[in-house]
Design a protein around this ligand. Structure first.
Ligand SMILES: *Cc1c(COP(=O)(O)O)cnc(C)c1O
Length: 494
């Protein structure tokens, strides 16, 4: 079955998967969605015998159908190698009655590495396949983790340049340090005076800025996106849901066909959307539990059917989820409206103009698989403490949001289906919040604090953190939103 991609907002001609990855997003402001969701071909038992790379191939070949077997396998083998510090790539750890899927063993110790370590391979392969001689310019807004993972993936990749904008006062100290110490002549990192939504909105505007796009074309350059709106990010994320399920099967914790719930700490709705596609591909998933922090716009949406971003933006200890406009929700809106571009476009217009929209009763039926939940700052800190005290396991604040939501959901619903909690960041990435939650002192320099956390958690300091010790700061530009275009032009020399 050949899978093509089309926009969520207009009924334009579908394009191939490699074209969709190369372009990143359609020019109408929408997002690419698959024209059909293919079923898994191999049985769950067969998939349980494969390693991570094997499962990755079996899942991704169904969604990226115009890549040859060799192309896709080369991408997978290039991405999921010794950059990850464990052989199984994503270990599944049991603590209490839940499994934690550790998605943070890649080079930047957050789950973004799962997709961003393969995206540059998928993109340069796509450029080759489609005969594009243009230099690819990646423009990325980050709430902290995407930035470094994208920089790490694209740094030094021939035929590409990457520019990252982050909210100057909205990321953790380790996150900022990771980004501003990035090497590679094709990289640029800029802090902006504003929050993540500001950065993301401005980046989207730059992508569709006609004058800029035309001038770039004259200079043989084209934009693409490394944000989670690119299907080259979404597709690799479907893999670990299938992988997690088949590991439980291999361990004998479940029988083939038994449902498993997934609990996902959510921001831009990319990670949980991948779980939704995994379910639609036939993976036996029970509930998709969408966990938010105090920026609980998604919880309110699942409870009421109204998406309303008109509210205060709250800076929390889980900054990668401090988001009021969850871009990928647009794809779900498209699907629950019966794959209708016209109604999806109308909702997105309302969102742009009034900051809110209300879906129909019929569409709400399409949300039956989802459960929304949220955790306050106090509940998040308490969860870090409880999981440590009861199970000796240290989790980061993002994972703790999900873990807290899971515990309450289970108690209130009585749903005893085996559950996997996505563990999206290493506690070392947010060590100050973690140590504070554990009641330890935190007024130490970053790297000493990492040593203290290592002693507490009984796990070594990851290389991504210890390497920061002697790394010089190479990026120090801070600008206002209105000057982002100027900075892009300066970086590109146009
Ligand atoms: C990006 C991120 C999230 C949110 O993922 P989405 O795909 O944006 O919903 C959660 N936790 C961490 C640590 C992240 O980096």
């Amino acid at each position: 079955m050949e899978i093509m991609y089309r926009s969520t907002r207009t009924n334009s001609e579908p394009i191939t998967s490699s074209q969709a990855i190369l372009r990143g997003f359609p020019q109408d402001g929408g997002l690419y969605v698959p024209t059909a969701v293919p079923p898994l071909e191999k049985s769950l038992e067969e998939l349980a015998k494969l390693d991570y790379r094997g499962v990755a191939y079996e899942v991704m070949r169904l969604l990226l159908t115009d890549y040859t077997e060799k192309e896709l396998k080369d991408c997978i083998n290039g991405a999921y190698d010794s950059k990850f510090d464990v052989q199984e790539i994503v270990p599944l750890k049991k603590a209490g009655d839940a499994w934690y899927l550790e998605l943070f063993h890649g080079p930047t110790i957050a789950f973004k590495d799962m997709a961003l370590s393969i995206l540059p391979y998928l993109m340069t392969t796509a450029a080759r396949k489609n005969g594009s001689g243009n230099e690819i310019v990646i423009l990325t807004a980050t709430s902290g983790d995407t930035g470094k993972a994208a920089l790490e993936g694209f740094s030094g990749v021939e035929g590409t340049r990457i520019m990252v904008f982050y909210p100057k006062h909205g990321v953790s100290s380790i996150q900022e340090r990771q980004m501003v110490t990035t090497t590679g002549a094709n990289t640029r990192v800029i802090g902006i005076n504003g929050n993540f939504d500001d950065a993301q909105t401005s980046v989207k505007e730059l992508f569709t800025n006609k004058a800029l796009v035309e001038e770039m074309a004259k200079n043989n350059m084209q934009f693409s996106s490394a944000n989670s709106i690119n299907i080259g990010r979404l597709t690799p994320q479907v893999v670990y849901y299938v992988y997690a399920y088949t590991r439980l099967l291999a361990e004998g914790a479940i029988k083939a066909g038994d449902p498993v719930n997934f609990v996902v700490p959510t921001g831009n709705f990319g990670n949980i959307l991948a779980a939704y596609y995994a379910k639609r591909m036939g993976l036996p998933v029970g509930k998709l539990i969408c966990a938010s922090n105090s920026n609980k716009v998604l919880f309110d949406f699942f409870s009421t059917g109204v998406y309303d971003k008109n509210r205060e933006f709250i800076l929390t200890s889980s900054p990668s989820m401090d988001i009021l406009i969850s871009s990928n929700l647009e794809r779900l809106i498209y699907h629950i409206s019966g794959d209708c571009a016209e109604s999806c476009a109308a909702f997105m217009k309302e969102l742009k103009e009034n900051g809110r929209y209300c879906i129909t009763e019929k569409m709400r039926e399409g949300l039956a698989d989802f459960v929304g939940g949220y955790a306050t700052e106090d509940e998040t800190a308490e969860e870090i403490r409880t999981v440590y005290e009861n199970f000796g396991y240290v989790i980061d604040p993002h994972t703790a949001v999900a873990s807290s939501v899971y515990r309450r959901y289970r108690a209130q619903s009585g749903d005893m289906v085996p559950s996997v909690i996505d563990s999206t960041a290493s506690p070392f990435k947010f060590e100050s919040s973690v140590m504070k939650a554990l009641g330890k002192k935190t007024d130490l320099p970053d790297l000493e604090l990492a040593d203290e956390l290592s002693t507490t958690a009984g796990v070594p300091v990851p290389k991504a953190v210890s390497d920061l010790k002697d790394a010089p700061i190479l990026h120090d530009i801070v600008c206002d939103r209105k000057d982002m275009e100027k900075e892009v032009r300066r970086f590109l020399g146009i």
